[in-house]
Write a new protein. Structure first.
Length: 398
């Protein structure tokens, strides 16, 4: 496993602080490995093994810890002196009322606490109130393409291009790269998807009509990057004689976001400088979890490419929205502090009509912020101050 320096660099300054480190991310994105890498760095900093306590709540070895009182008892038994201890709790949401124990440890012990979880509501409003000002959050994603190249130790241009074509379809969940066959990898991805749906969504939210929920989820994850329309979805299900309400659709979207399976980008009116309601798009955290349900359907290469650019911008620390420029859609407006960048994404610009559409989306935008068009083309199409980038070059440049 590669060292995930992009995340470690952000967390290191908090290692010895008593503020709680909360690490969230979709299942199997590498949170457990990151915790183990933190442990290795603690040991390198001369922290003694018996002052590092790691618990994975999905490990049967710790099945005796059934509630926050059991956790409190176990940790108190491990602490033998007044030196600082490092407590690392993996998939902590598996334990009911875990926050009560965590809050007690912080208040009464000399500890540095790390917790991970696979749910965006790990810090519910109640917990946020309880731990107000006492925690910092880090969101972990599957491998970026740059990490894939590092992990596979790729040097040759052809190898890198092949790896990108694979990444475009099957995403970056770290463990999927260890499977020697496509069939094995597909089985693994399906198991991960099923565990997210069953463990993180169905059971957590006590969903009764599982068949309907699974069908709605299938539609959502196999159509990333579309402007969301519940009426369109309802029409699709009507042709299949599946009755579904807009309320159910919105609930499914909320559940998918909570489980970190998808994330939402809101639309922004460039000229009016306002958020546009009901123009949201949803993107997959990992493309492989959509493709695994899309094997026998037409691959949406353009949508997948757009999804990759969205995830990369989020990884680079930008807030990302969808732009509307007087009726012309701009794929992404990326902002960070006082910086702003515009992005158009197309699979290829070889068609003149496509080229004109993508570059023309920036017509009449009067500011001087950078404007990009990203595609798979190797030929440089830059024009009129608008920068064209090849997708692979762009993903590897930072």
């Amino acid at each position: 496993m590669i060292k995930r320096e992009n995340y470690l660099a952000k967390i290191r300054e908090f290692y010895d602080m008593d503020i709680i480190k909360v690490i969230t991310g979709i299942r199997r994105c590498g949170k457990s490995t990151l915790l183990l890498q933190i442990i290795e760095e603690l040991k390198e900093n001369n922290i003694k093994d018996n002052h590092i306590i790691y618990i994975n709540f999905e490990d049967i070895e710790f099945s005796f810890i059934k509630n926050y009182l059991d956790l409190n008892k176990y940790i108190k038994e491990q602490i033998k002196d007044k030196e600082k201890y490092y407590l690392l709790f993996d998939e902590v949401q598996m334990l009911d009322e875990w926050e009560r124990a965590i809050n007690s440890f912080k208040a009464t012990l000399n500890v540095s606490i790390f917790v991970t979880g696979s749910n965006s509501k790990l810090l519910s409003s109640e917990l946020a109130t309880l731990l107000s000002g006492r925690y910092v959050t880090f969101k972990i994603a599957p491998f970026s393409f740059k990490e894939v190249v590092e992990y596979k130790q790729l040097k040759e241009k052809g190898e890198i291009e092949d790896a990108f074509n694979d990444y475009l379809l099957w995403g970056g969940l770290p463990q999927r790269f260890s499977f020697p066959t496509i069939k094995g990898m597909q089985t693994y991805l399906k198991d991960v998807f099923d565990s997210i749906v069953l463990k993180d969504i169905v059971r957590r939210n006590s969903i009764k009509n599982i068949a309907l929920f699974e069908r709605v989820m299938e539609y959502l994850v196999t159509n990333p990057g579309q402007t969301f329309s519940p009426s369109n979805m309802m029409s699709v299900f009507e042709t299949e004689k599946i009755p579904v309400s807009s309320k159910t659709i919105y609930e499914c979207l909320d559940y998918a976001e909570e489980a970190l399976l998808m994330s939402k980008a809101s639309a922004y009116d460039v000229r009016g400088k306002r958020i546009l309601s009901r123009k949201d798009k949803y993107y997959l955290t990992d493309l492989g979890l959509g493709q695994i349900l899309n094997i026998n359907k037409k691959t949406q290469y353009g949508a997948y490419l757009e999804n990759i650019v969205y995830n990369e911008l989020i990884l680079r620390g930008y807030d990302v929205s969808i732009g509307n420029n007087n009726g012309k859609e701009i794929d992404f407006i990326a902002t960070k502090y006082n910086q702003k960048e515009y992005y158009q994404v197309a699979f290829t610009l070889a068609n003149k009509e496509t080229e004109e559409r993508e570059f023309g989306a920036y017509d009449n935008i009067q500011d001087y912020y950078p404007k990009y068009v990203i595609s798979t083309d190797k030929l440089d199409y830059s024009q009129n101050g608008i920068i064209h980038k090849n997708i692979i070059d762009w993903l590897l440049e930072k």
